[in-house]
Design a protein around this ligand. Structure first.
Ligand code: SAM
Length: 280
């Protein structure tokens, strides 16, 4: 019988976030596939565990993936870990999960630290509907194109960004969405210097000018305001009445229906239609 792939999240800055289930899973599996074996070795040492480690990182997924799969199919259990946070979320893992799914291997996600979830929860922005955009493309043209796609996005948007690119990214965001748009800059979550700054995009650009950004950031940006409903004028009502009458409705019925559809007063519309008839 095939083994199981466990997706084991690791702390994003605070070892206190290691859960009992994470530790038990790491202790129980046959081997660990790690983004950086040196980083994961430290974690295993911290937990007093000794486990065979194999490397599974962004640039070896094509060769390492099938090797991990082979061991899983042979009945071994594997824990996939990355340097910090939840595997497969802007981290290696997506391909391995797909490979397992295609080959009937059970994938068990262990819940745990994930920067985007903590940032969204603390942002103070609407959390009901959101879109996770990961890292924006590095290439300027592709980056602009991606931002243009998001120009009308009404849901809260989350971005990961490296500190040295933050100032440029905020400037691009301000240019696309306007300086007044709200943003929460979520920095160094779970760490000593954890900070959530709630400001506007223009305010965030200014902050970066004043002080060079340091540490890890998640950007949570408010969605675009809903487009304002166009105001219905009495003339719109009359036009609708004319169309309904041309279709055979009586004046009274046309006014009733048009008033209901457009949210106008039936009596006012009726009076206006009579006056229009009189004027010819
Ligand atoms: N898989 C990870 C997760 O579940 O959050 C994300 C890995 S991604 C390669 C790294 C990015 O996550 C960083 O550039 C930063 O945007 C964000 N990040 C990771 N740890 C963070 C922290 N403690 N505070 C704020 N952002 C963090």
């Amino acid at each position: 019988m095939a083994g199981t792939l466990y997706l084991v999240p690791t702390p994003i800055g605070n070892l206190g976030d290691i859960s009992r289930r994470m530790a038990e899973t790491l202790g129980a599996v046959d081997f660990v596939a790690a983004e950086d074996t040196r980083v994961s070795l430290k974690l295993l040492n911290h937990l007093g565990l000794k486990k065979p480690l194999v490397s599974y990182y962004r640039h070896n997924t094509e060769t390492a993936g099938p090797q991990v799969l082979e061991r899983l199919l042979a009945g071994e259990d594997c824990a996939l870990v990355t340097d910090a946070g939840t595997p497969a979320i802007s981290d290696p893992g997506e391909d391995l999960v797909r490979l397992c799914a295609e080959n009937g291997v059970t994938v068990v996600p262990i819940p745990g630290p994930c920067a985007l979830v903590s940032a969204l929860a603390a942002s103070g922005l609407p959390t009901g509907r959101f879109t996770f955009e990961g890292f924006l493309p590095m290439n300027k043209k592709n980056r602009r194109a991606r931002l243009a796609e998001l120009a009308g996005e009404g849901r809260t948007m989350l971005f990961y960004e490296a500190p040295h690119k933050l100032t440029a990214t905020l400037a691009d965001l301000a240019e696309t969405f306007g300086g007044e748009r709200r943003i929460a800059l979520c920095r160094e979550l779970t760490k000593l210097h954890e900070e959530v700054v709630r400001t506007t995009l223009a305010g965030a650009v200014e902050l970066c000018r004043e002080k060079e950004p340091r540490g890890e950031y998640v950007l949570v940006v408010d969605g675009a305001p809903a487009p304002e409903e166009s105001e219905v004028t009495p003339e719109d009502g009359l036009e609708r009445v004319r169309a309904l009458r041309a279709g055979g409705a009586s004046l009274k019925d046309a006014c009733r229906q048009a008033a209901r559809e457009l949210g106008l007063s039936r009596n006012d519309l009726y009076a206006a239609a009579l006056a229009a008839d009189r004027e010819g």
